[in-house]
Design a protein around this ligand. Structure first.
Ligand SMILES: [Ca+2]
Ligand SMILES: [Ca+2]
Length: 252
């Protein structure tokens, strides 16, 4: 009889609680919030787990970067003969990269020209007085215009030889360099890698011959038909190796 009474009381209490929840707005809100908090505990745990990957601890460490690097020839000509003001134009694209270059991390282009006439000019002389006084060669020149897909361009001019690097990767700068800290190894490696979309586009190279004949002398005419240029276009690749700094590098 006592048990039946207790069961009856429990049922009444339960019904009253449900009724209270149904009728009391404050209790409803508190119940909903409690449920949300309970539901969000596993969700929050999963979220915080995904935001702290296994390599997160690497940000606390210090690193140094060492590089392997090398050049792959893209185009060259050691005997490009140009008349005065003649322009040799070369339009290339990423598709024209050598196959082995496409597999490497290309970070820069090295362009070089050399005026071969500065060693042995091909000036011609004609006239009766040439055997007495033929005059002297005048140095020829060549100019080089280069542009890359990342809107870099440069003009060089030389009587001998000159070259330039056209960077395709913005080399990262660290205030703590040569030590690097605050990043994971993967993040540092990515900073030293050129994205393929930064390589796609037009690469233009124009070499202009600037021919100069020496002054003619009495009864000896001087003429210079051409200038011969040697040019080389090389692709510079790097492979960055990120190593944890252990305090005994030979660099210091
Ligand atoms: Ca000359
Ligand atoms: Ca010449």
């Amino acid at each position: 009889m006592q048990e039946a009474e207790n069961e009856s009381m429990d049922e009444n209490l339960f019904e009253k609680s449900v009724l209270l929840i149904k009728t009391n707005r404050t209790v409803q809100i508190v119940s909903v919030l409690t449920a949300l908090v309970l539901l969000s505990i596993p969700a929050y745990s999963m979220l915080s787990k995904s935001q702290t990957p296994d390599d997160e601890y690497q940000r606390e460490l210090e690193y140094i970067v060492d590089f392997d690097s090398g050049f792959i020839t893209w185009d060259s000509n050691s005997n490009l003969e140009l008349n005065d003001d003649e322009v040799f134009s070369l339009k290339l694209s990423y598709d024209d990269f050598p196959e082995d270059a496409k597999a490497m991390n290309i970070v820069s282009i090295w362009v070089y020209i050399e005026v071969l006439d500065s060693q042995e000019d091909n000036e011609e002389t004609s006239g009766l007085g040439c055997s007495v006084d033929s005059g002297e060669d005048a140095l020829d020149s060549a100019s080089l215009f280069s542009s890359t897909p990342n809107s870099q361009s440069e003009i060089l001019e030389t009587q001998y030889g000159t070259g330039t690097y056209m960077d395709l990767l913005e080399i990262p700068e660290f205030t703590t360099f040569p030590l690097i800290t605050g990043y994971t190894v993967e993040e540092i490696e990515e900073m030293y890698e050129t994205n393929e979309e930064d390589l796609v586009g037009e690469y233009n190279f124009e070499i202009t011959g600037l021919v100069e004949a020496g002054d003619s002398t009495l009864q000896c005419e001087r003429q210079d038909p051409s200038v011969t240029v040697d040019y080389t276009i090389e692709l510079l690749w790097i492979d960055a190796m990120v190593m944890e700094w252990n305090g005994d590098s030979p660099w210091f």
